[in-house]
Design a protein around this ligand. Structure first.
Ligand code: SF4
Length: 335
C-alpha cells in the first residue's frame, strides 16, 4: 500500500489537479501538523472533482485555516525564504507546543505505576478500563486532520505515549482484578502485523482471566479495509479474533467512521462481514466536525448504513481543544 506524506503528499495534490496556491498552503500546514494519506483514501474515498470541499479531502488534507494565522504566516515566510531545516524544525516545535498537544493533561493523568515505575503508554481512566498504547501501533494508515492524538505522530519523543512490553500490561493487570476491559488504542493498533497483535493479546487470554472485553480502536475499516480481507495476514487476524471469542472474551472493533462514504465501498463491506463472522462486534464512533460531517443528513445516512451492515452506532464525540480544533470544532449548541 502506497503512502503519501510531506513532499509526496504535495506531489499527489498537484497530480490530482490542485492549484499551486493550495500546494503552498499544504506545505506550510504540514510543516507543523502531521498528514499522511494512503492509496486507498486517495483512489477510493476522495472525490477529487469536488476537492477542496470534498469531505474526505477535508478530513485528510491540510487547509491553511488549520493553523492560527500568525503561525501560518511565520511558517510560510520561513519556507518561502528557504530557511534551514533546523530553523524550520524549531519554529514547528514551538508551534506544536502552542497547539495544546495533550488536552486534559493526557501525558500525566491516569498513568499507572508498577513497582514504583511509571507505565507510560497505559492509561487507567475508569476503574474497569485500561487503555493500552502499544509502541508498534502508534501510527495510522492515513491521518485525520482533527485527530486529538496528533502529537503521537510528530517527531517529538516527549509528546508520545507508548508501551513497549506486553509483560508490563499483564503485570499491572495482575494487581488490578477490577479491570475487566482492555482497549488497545493509538495511533491505530490495526496497523500492527497480526503476529504483533497476538503478542499483546495472547498473554491476556492465557494469564488474565479478569479481563473479559478486548477492544481495538481503529480506523482501518475506513482507511485500509484490506487489513481484514486480502491483506497479507488478514486471515490470521480473523483467526485471532475467533480464538478470543472462543475463549469467552467479548471482542469489539471500535471503528472510526467520519462520513457515510467510508461505508460505501465493496472492500469495507466485505471487511465488516468477515469481522462479524468471527463473533467480534463492530461498534462505530466519530466526532462531529465542521467541513466533514456537520450535517444531520450525513449522520443519518451513516447510522442507517451502519445498522444495515451490522455495525453498532456507539459514540458521537465533539472536537477536543487541541491541534486544528478551531478549524474543525463547532459550537456545542449547534452540535
Ligand atoms: S485514525 Fe484515529 S488516531 Fe489515527 S489520525 Fe485518525 S483520529 Fe487520529
Amino acid at each position: 500500500m502506497k503512502h503519501y506524506a510531506n513532499e509526496r503528499l504535495a506531489q499527489l495534490a498537484r497530480d490530482r489537479g490542485m492549484p499551486d496556491e493550495y500546494v503552498r498552503d499544504l506545505r506550510v500546514v504540514s510543516s507543523v501538523l502531521p498528514f499522511k494519506v494512503n492509496e486507498y483514501v486517495a483512489d477510493e474515498l476522495i472525490d477529487w472533482s469536488a476537492a477542496p470541499d470534498d469531505p474526505i479531502f477535508r478530513l485528510t488534507f491540510p487547509h491553511r485555516d488549520m493553523l492560527p494565522a500568525p503561525v501560518f504566516d511565520k511558517m510560510a515566510a520561513l519556507l518561502d525564504a528557504g530557511a534551514p531545516r533546523t530553523e524550520l524544525r524549531a519554529a514547528a516545535t514551538a508551534a506544536q507546543l502552542d497547539l495544546n498537544p495533550h488536552p486534559g493533561g493526557q501525558l500525566e493523568a491516569n498513568v499507572p505505576t508498577l513497582d514504583g515505575r511509571r507505565l507510560d503508554g497505559l492509561q487507567h481512566k475508569y476503574a474497569e478500563t485500561v487503555l493500552v498504547f502499544p509502541s508498534q501501533g502508534q501510527t495510522c494508515h492515513s491521518y485525520c486532520g482533527y485527530c486529538f492524538r496528533w502529537a503521537q505522530f510528530v517527531s517529538q519523543e516527549e509528546l508520545r505515549q507508548a508501551l513497549r512490553d506486553p509483560a508490563d500490561l499483564t503485570g499491572y493487570l495482575a494487581h488490578h482484578p477490577e479491570v475487566t476491559d482492555v482497549l488497545f488504542t493509538g495511533g491505530d493498533p490495526m496497523i500492527m502485523r497480526t503476529e504483533v497483535v497476538r503478542r499483546w493479546v495472547e498473554p491476556l487470554l492465557e494469564r488474565t482471566d479478569t479481563v473479559r472485553t478486548l477492544r481495538f480502536g481503529t480506523k482501518a475499516l475506513s482507511y485500509w479495509p484490506d487489513r481484514f480481507t486480502t491483506g497479507p495476514d488478514a486471515d490470521d487476524l480473523l483467526r485471532l479474533f475467533e480464538e478470543c471469542v472462543a475463549r469467552g472474551r467479548h471482542v469489539a472493533l471500535m471503528a472510526h467512521f467520519s462520513h457515510p462514504r467510508e461505508l460505501e465501498t465493496d472492500a469495507v463491506r466485505e471487511a465488516i462481514a468477515r469481522i462479524r463472522a468471527t463473533g467480534a462486534e463492530v461498534r462505530a464512533q466519530a466526532p462531529l466536525v465542521a467541513h466533514v460531517n456537520d450535517d444531520p443528513a450525513a449522520w443519518s445516512r451513516m447510522w442507517q448504513l451502519q445498522v444495515e451492515l451490522g455495525v453498532i452506532p456507539y459514540y458521537m464525540f465533539v472536537e477536543r481543544d487541541t491541534g486544528a480544533s478551531s478549524y474543525f470544532g463547532i459550537p456545542l449548541a449547534r452540535a
